[in-house]
Design a protein around this ligand. Structure first.
Ligand code: ACO
Length: 323
């Protein structure tokens, strides 16, 4: 049975760090309020001339390096972003060219904060269908460009960054002992479109627009849906919650993450947390967290890793991977 194995991770963060105290100097907010409500202490913000494709390219290079895979080996590149460089072509095409990848297929997907899990789901389908052997998936965002910096209820929550993973096809026995993606479950419920959206767009305002959010509504849905989809993915993989080594949640908000790990009945020490120093980087948050936890040796070969994310739409999903 073909399995999709994750063989390398990489990430990239812009150099500029903005702390809560920096924000409190220009906004009616405080470090105490932000930390207590969100767990966020600081975020990275892209330089004026730094684009989503720049961040994506650096993360991709790091992931390829850690996997020992060259751009010439790739036959699929999927870039998850809701802050593309241009309306078209896909930002993935720009990254593909910069990497020197001249073969295969490259495209963007838009599943907001669930983008990386969605990219993993799509790449896994390509691999298991025999349509790709070596894939690069990237989550990259410059949310600083779509924030209303006068809206303290949203602008303090987000940061910029990128993360990437290299996937390869590998033969498995079809059991839970196989290394690779064991299950991915994804859902969308467009009835909640207005709970979290950007108030601009090509066919509406012809502007990029700004992020708007009903924070409490998002919070309420996130806690319920994230735990439910992680349980669904674990059941689909045939993995008991007690067997989970690491929960790698979308890093939206520490309170959502804590509530989800509690609902899943997992010890808090099994959760990878980067929201304190990255804030919410949307589709980049999970691969940034993976790169950190693989890099420092917490996530090891053979571990069961559960990823989960929810974003505007709402779209949400979870993946279970034996690392
Ligand atoms: N600093 C100080 N005060 C603030 C700030 C701020 N940055 N932002 C809002 N406030 C004030 C409000 O104006 C309000 O004041 P009032 O009582 O005088 O009217 C008060 O704080 C409470 O506001 P609420 O919006 O009710 O605060 P809440 O407790 O709901 O916390 C928060 C807001 C943190 C956004 C919360 O709703 C939340 O975490 N929601 C989840 C949203 C999220 O994580 N979204 C990320 C994108 S989606 C995803 O990735 C899953």
């Amino acid at each position: 049975m073909l399995r999709t194995r994750i063989v390398g991770c990489g990430s990239f963060l812009p150099e500029k760090v903005v702390t809560n105290d920096d924000l409190a100097r220009v906004l009616d907010t405080s470090n105490e309020w932000i930390v207590e409500r969100t767990g966020i202490e600081e975020r990275h913000i892209a330089a004026d001339d730094e684009t989503t494709s720049d961040l994506a390219f650096e993360a991709a290079r790091a992931a390829l390096g850690s996997a020992g895979v060259g751009a010439g080996d790739l036959d699929l590149l999927i870039l998850a972003t809701s802050t593309p460089d241009n309306t078209f072509p896909a930002t993935a095409a720009k990254v593909q060219a910069r990497l020197g990848m001249t073969q295969g297929l490259a495209f963007d997907i838009q599943a907001v904060c669930a983008g990386f899990v969605c990219a993993l789901a799509v790449a896994d389908s390509f691999v298991r269908a025999g349509q790709a052997k070596t894939a690069l998936i990237i989550g990259a965002e410059t949310y600083s460009r779509i924030l209303d910096w006068n809206d303290r209820s949203t602008c303090v929550l987000f940061g910029d960054g990128a993360g990437a993973a290299v996937l390869t096809a590998s033969e498995g026995a079809g059991t839970t002992a196989d290394r690779g993606v064991l299950s991915v479950c994804m859902h969308t419920d467009g009835q909640h479109y207005d709970a979290l959206f950007v108030d601009g767009g090509v066919s509406t305002t012809q502007t990029a627009g700004h992020l708007r959010m009903q924070g409490r509504e998002v919070f309420r849905h996130a806690v319920v849906k994230l735990a439910a989809v992680a349980e669904e993915a674990l059941a689909a993989a045939g993995i008991a919650p007690e067997a989970v080594d690491w929960l790698v949640p979308h890093q939206a908000n520490r309170r959502i993450m804590d509530a989800t790990v509690r609902k899943l009945g997992l010890p808090a020490e099994k959760m990878i947390v980067t929201v304190d120093h990255h804030a919410n980087t949307s589709s980049a948050s999970i691969p940034l967290a993976l790169a950190e936890a693989v890099g420092d040796g917490r996530i090891k070969s053979g571990d069961i890793v559960v990823m989960e994310a929810l974003g505007g739409g709402f779209v949400w999903g979870s993946a279970v991977v034996r690392w």
